[in-house]
Design a protein. Structure first.
Length: 202
């Protein structure tokens, strides 16, 4: 089995609906990199003067999606802001939608890929940054910060191997895969105590 991965493409997002289902994934083009840092709180208990139980509980996470840029229509999709007649308005009262974030990576030495979905993501609008042009034009990118929470059933993300999960892979960007046909409910509250376990994709 090939283990080495490379690349990043196929960024899609799908909105979580009030009826407990995800909408159809829509593409977000221009992906440069994505990273997600999952955070865990440690539970440790003692009895008879010895540590008799240790466990780690998921307490949320955060990440960054780096893009070559965004179309104004995509601001509404990602941040829940207003978009009308070619004008996007960021308002302090905007509510970021709960989204599933989907993407894929190539398995080196094969024609197969690893498919990812992070279920409960919320994006913050990007900072505004501009630089003067001096001689050669250098690439400018846009970094979007996001939070990660768990679903009510505990799901945080899934990874599928297109080489073995062929049916799932074929429909990856048509419908958010949740492991079955049942509904996926809303997120649990996120605890504050944190330790870190990081996965980066470049």
């Amino acid at each position: 089995m090939k283990k080495r991965l490379a690349g990043l493409k196929g960024i899609h997002v799908a909105k979580y609906n009030d009826n407990g289902t995800f909408g159809t994934p829509v593409p977000i083009t221009g992906a440069k990199s994505v990273s997600a840092e999952l955070e865990y709180s440690e539970a440790k208990f003692y009895a008879d003067d010895v540590n008799d139980f240790v466990d780690y509980q998921f307490s949320g996470g955060s990440g960054e999606l780096v893009l070559s840029g965004l179309q104004l229509e995509e601001y509404k999709t990602l941040f829940g802001c207003d978009y009308q007649d070619g004008v996007t308005t960021i308002n302090s009262g905007d509510t970021a939608p709960q989204l599933a974030l989907l993407f894929e990576r190539k398995k080196l030495g094969t024609q197969e890929k690893m498919l990812y979905v992070i279920y409960n993501v919320k994006f913050a609008p990007p900072t505004i940054e501009a630089n003067t042009m001096e001689g050669e034009i250098s690439e400018e990118t846009m970094t979007l910060s996001f939070t990660v929470a768990e679903m009510s059933n505990g799901d945080v993300y899934r990874v599928a191997d297109s080489g073995t999960a062929t049916t799932v892979a074929q429909n990856w960007y048509q419908k958010v895969y949740t492991g079955g046909e049942g509904r996926v409910a809303k997120e649990k509250p996120v605890a504050k105590e944190k330790s870190k376990d990081t996965e980066n994709v470049a």
